[in-house]
Design a binder for this molecule. Structure first.
Ligand SMILES: *[C@@H]1O[C@H](CO)[C@@H](O)[C@H](O)[C@H]1NC(C)=O
Ligand SMILES: *[C@@H]1O[C@H](CO)[C@@H](O)[C@H](O)[C@H]1NC(C)=O
Length: 466
């Protein structure tokens, strides 16, 4: 009897201590997303969303959404972090909901559909809204939102990764990659540099960074501008006169504060360009007409039955969806004061941006030296950070060529062109705009698979052999 009692006491103690101590995955389980509004289909992967506090003092918390790889065994696949740019734009709004994430949003702003080219077919996929003030990421020190910059963004993102890995310990030491586009041309190399430096001297680093890949990436102000004006002139968007004046009067080094003279030329250029989607020059822009048409379609049609054509207004759908209280609840978004409104890109963040170096080419030199796998891609119909800009920036690195310029193939068609340098692989995606995976989802999946495998882009022979 006594023994039995004693056994019972021990058992109770064990259960109590068990629930308090041996559960490092507690927060992970709490962050599991179980019921997502508007998801009328099943998925064969788990996903998690929530906040991670990156600074206790200022109470800064970054929001993530993580998708396990579609696989019998996600533990066999690496981990990839995706970042969008701006600065101030949400990786959930763009990367996830428009480009390479599994869930995209219908025209009604309420219903989700499955993206058959989601990158979590190839990798465990982590989206992060960074820095604070972007998407659902926030600081309780609200002045933080107007005082972001490159340096703190990298430091907070590093703090995020270290804490996130405590929550998801099975990814400690896992092969890890970072990818992103646009202004993330700063974030991605800068965070990679912060990780490489943090890992220095560690034998088994938790963040096992293997490489990074950026697309239509802001890299070097001078070369980005040089290529920009050349591109918009050569595709016939601006006049000869404007092109000549811009070359003569604009200081290509300074990005955010052009001179008065240059500003005039830029205004003239804008006027000449007209109402075009500068992020994708050959597709329709989101005009009022499109927007109204979408609202009608969203209201009156069972969306699933419509053939899905290119929709230039996807941003508007996410601004409905991610403001729904039931969606925020399902994603474990911290309750904020009632004036909070989720936006795709925060002007408060971009307008208050504090530090942004003129170039990150020095970071490339350091990271190439460190042996990371570095890929740079470019959708060749973007006029914001066009393919010409990226080529000038890469050229400025003065890397020896390993494999010369050639076409790469996807299903027997030219998917774009590629050149391999010592320490860097360059890939263009033909017909894609600034958001490559939005315009060319299938080719983008081929791209990330090649990147992760560390192989060259497919050639024509490879395709016909298989
Ligand atoms: C911010 O403040 C709210 C309200 O006091 C609190 O619930 C929340 O945990 C704080 N956030 C952080 C990151 O500390
Ligand atoms: C809500 O947040 C806004 C912007 O940060 C602030 O101006 C306002 O005072 C806050 N309102 C409440 C009720 O806390």
């Amino acid at each position: 009897m006594l023994n039995k009692m004693w056994g019972f006491v021990v058992l109770v103690l064990f259960l109590i201590s068990g629930s308090f101590c041996i559960n490092p995955n507690g927060q992970k389980e709490l962050d599991k997303v179980t019921k997502l509004p508007g998801q009328g289909f099943n998925v064969n992967f788990a996903h998690y969303a929530g906040h991670v506090t990156v600074n206790e003092e200022s109470e800064r918390a970054l929001f993530y959404w993580f998708f396990e790889a579609v696989d019998d065994d996600p533990s066999s696949k690496p981990l990839l972090l995706w970042l969008n740019g701006g600065p101030g734009c949400s990786s959930i709004a763009f990367g996830l909901a428009e480009e390479l994430g599994p869930f995209h949003i219908e025209k009604d702003g309420k219903t989700l559909y499955w993206n058959p080219y989601s990158w979590n077919l190839a990798v465990n996929l982590l989206f992060l809204d960074s820095p604070v003030g972007v998407g659902y990421s926030y600081s309780n020190t609200s002045s933080d939102h107007q005082n972001n910059g490159d340096v703190r963004t990298a430091a907070d993102s590093l703090a995020f990764l270290l804490k996130w890995l405590e929550q998801f310990p099975e990814y400690k030491g896992r092969d890890f990659y970072i990818s992103g586009e646009s202004y993330a041309g700063h974030y991605v190399p800068q965070l990679s540099q912060a990780i490489v430096r943090y890992n220095h001297g560690l034998t088994k680093p938790a963040i096992n960074l293997k490489g990074f890949m950026v697309g239509n990436a802001l890299t070097d102000n001078y070369h980005d501008h040089l290529g920009l004006f050349q591109f918009v002139w050569s595709v016939g968007m601006i006049s000869d006169q404007t092109y000549k004046l811009a070359n003569a009067l604009c200081d290509y080094e300074s990005f955010s504060k052009p001179s008065e003279q240059c500003n005039k030329i830029l205004d003239q250029g804008k006027e000449e360009i007209g109402n075009i989607d500068i992020y994708s020059i050959f597709t329709p822009a989101c005009t009022d007409k499109f927007s109204i048409l979408n609202q009608l379609l969203g209201k009156h049609n069972r969306v699933g039955y419509l053939r899905r054509s290119y929709d230039p207004c996807t941003k508007q759908h996410s601004e409905i969806y991610f403001n729904l209280p039931e969606v925020q609840e399902a994603l474990h978004v911290h309750k904020r004061n009632s004036s909070f409104k989720w936006v795709t890109c925060s002007e408060e963040v971009s307008n208050g941006w504090k530090d942004s170096p003129k170039t990150v080419l020095d970071v490339y030199h350091e990271l190439i030296e460190s042996g990371l796998r570095i890929w740079v891609f470019s959708g060749d119909t973007d006029s914001v950070i066009p393919v010409t800009s990226t080529r000038y920036s890469i050229d400025a690195l003065k890397l020896p060529t390993i494999a010369p310029w050639r076409a790469w193939y996807d299903d027997g068609q030219v998917g774009g062109w590629t050149q391999e340098y010592k320490g860097l692989t360059f890939v263009t995606v033909r017909g894609a705009g600034h958001e490559v995976a939005l315009h060319r989802p299938k080719q983008a999946l081929t791209l990330v698979k090649s990147f992760l495998a560390g192989t060259s882009m497919p050639s024509l022979e490879q395709i016909s052999d298989s």
